[in-house]
Write a protein that binds this ligand. Structure first.
Ligand SMILES: Cc1ncc(C[n+]2csc(CCOP(=O)(O)OP(=O)(O)O)c2C)c(N)n1
Length: 342
C-alpha cells in the first residue's frame, strides 16, 4: 500500500479526546454544518465527484450519538451522514479529497463519498443498497460479543431505509443474540420524495423494536441535549451487555434529497416551521441560558470551523487526481493462497 500524504488540514474533531463540554459540542455541530455548506457550494462549482446528500438540519443527531462513544466502537453512516466522519476525528482534508475524487482521499480517487469509510477511525463505508449496512453493523456487534469486547456498533439509517428487508433481518438477529448494537433512525419525514405517510402504516419506526425484543425510543432529533441524554444512557446499557436498542430521532433535512432535487413536493411553510427549530440555534439558546457570551462564542467558533473547512478545501484542491495507470489497482483484495496440506 502506498503511503497517503497527510492532509495539512486540522483533523476536524479529536473524537478520542472524550471531551463533551458545552462548547465542544457546539463546535462539533457548527463544523458539520460549515463543512456541509461548503460541499454544497463546491458541488455547484462542479468540483465534487458524484451526488451530494446534505445532512444540514440533522447535525444534533450525529453529534449527540457520537459524543458518548469510545475508541474501538464502530459506526456505519449512510449517504447523509458525512458529519459522522468529522465527529469521529477523520481528517477533514482527506474527507474533502474523497468528495473531490482526489488521490489523497480514502478510495484514492476511485469513488465518490457514498461508499467511503475510514476503518482506522471505526467508520465503515456503506453500499448503495439502502439498509445493507445494518447487517454489517450486526456482524461487527457479533464479533464484539464473541470476543467479549465492550464495544458498541452504531448503524444510522433513514425511515425510508427502514422499509427494507435487510433492516428487519438485522434487527431480528440482533434481538435474538442480544448484540451490542445501536440502531439510529434519522427520520427526516421524506425518503427522496416519498412522505412518511406513504412509507409506513404506523407513526414511529421505534415502535418496531418491541417486535424484535429490544427497546425503541423516540426523540426530538433537533434537540442536541435530548439526543445526548438518551444516547448516553442507551449506549451505556448496551455496553454493559443489555442487548440492542433503537433510537428514532424526528428531524428534517433542509435541502432536497440531493443537490439536484428542488424538493417541490414539500411546502415552504413546512420547511420554515422546521428551520425555526434549527438544532444549532436551539443549542445556542441553551448556551445563552447557561451564561455563555453567545455573540463572542458564535464568532470565535465560526472562525475556527471556517479555518478547518478552508484548510480541507486547500488540501483537496492541491491534491492530484489518480494517475490513469492506477485505474485497475486496489479493485480486488489480494487472494490468500494457502499451501496444500501434506
Ligand atoms: C434498496 C434501495 N432502494 C432505493 C434506493 C434509492 N434511494 C437512495 S436514497 C433514497 C431515499 C432514502 O430515504 P431515507 O432512508 O429515509 O434516508 P434519507 O435520504 O431521507 O436521509 C432512495 C430511495 C437505494 N439506494 N437503495
Amino acid at each position: 500500500m502506498k503511503a497517503v500524504r497527510k492532509s495539512e488540514a486540522l483533523s476536524g474533531v479529536d473524537a478520542h479526546a472524550g471531551i463533551e463540554s458545552d462548547l465542544q459540542l457546539y463546535y462539533q455541530m457548527k463544523l458539520v454544518r460549515a463543512f456541509e455548506e461548503r460541499v454544497s457550494r463546491l458541488h455547484r462549482q462542479n468540483k465534487i465527484l458524484g451526488g451530494v446528500y446534505s445532512g444540514a438540519g440533522q447535525e444534533a443527531i450525529m453529534t449527540g450519538v457520537c459524543a458518548p462513544l469510545e475508541p474501538g466502537d464502530v459506526l456505519l453512516p449512510l449517504h447523509r451522514d458525512l458529519g459522522v466522519f468529522l465527529l469521529r476525528g477523520v481528517d477533514a482534508g482527506r474527507l474533502m479529497a474523497q468528495l473531490m475524487g482526489k488521490q489523497s482521499g480514502f478510495s484514492r480517487g476511485k469513488d465518490s463519498f457514498l461508499h467511503a469509510g475510514d476503518v482506522g477511525r471505526g467508520v465503515f463505508g456503506s453500499t448503495s443498497m439502502l439498509g445493507s449496512s445494518l447487517p454489517v453493523a450486526v456482524g461487527a456487534a457479533l464479533k464484539f460479543q464473541l470476543k467479549k469486547e465492550r464495544h458498541v456498533a452504531v448503524a444510522f439509517f433513514g425511515e425510508g431505509s427502514s422499509s427494507r428487508g435487510d433492516v428487519h433481518e438485522a434487527m431480528n438477529f440482533a434481538g435474538v443474540r442480544k448484540l451490542p448494537v445501536l440502531f439510529v433512525c434519522e427520520n427526516n419525514r421524506y425518503a427522496y420524495s416519498t412522505p412518511i405517510e406513504k412509507q409506513m402504516a404506523i407513526e414511529n419506526v421505534a415502535d418496531r423494536a418491541q417486535a424484535y425484543g429490544f427497546r425503541g425510543h423516540v426523540c426530538p432529533g433537533n434537540d442536541l441535549l435530548a439526543v445526548l441524554q438518551l444516547s448516553r444512557s442507551v449506549i451505556s446499557r448496551i455496553r454493559a451487555g443489555d442487548g440492542p436498542a433503537l433510537i428514532e430521532c424526528k428531524t428534517y433535512r433542509y435541502h432536497g434529497h440531493s443537490e439536484h432535487d428542488p424538493a417541490l413536493y414539500r411546502s415552504k411553510e413546512e420547511l420554515v416551521a422546521w428551520e425555526s427549530r434549527d438544532p444549532i440555534e436551539t443549542y445556542e439558546l441553551f448556551l445563552q441560558k447557561k451564561g455563555h457570551d453567545l455573540p463572542a462564542v458564535r464568532e470565535q467558533t465560526e472562525q475556527q470551523v471556517q479555518a478547518v473547512v478552508q484548510q480541507a478545501v486547500d488540501f483537496a484542491e492541491q491534491s492530484p487526481y489518480p494517475p490513469p495507470q492506477e485505474a485497475l489497482s486496489d479493485l480486488y483484495a489480494t487472494p490468500i493462497v494457502r499451501a496444500p496440506k501434506g
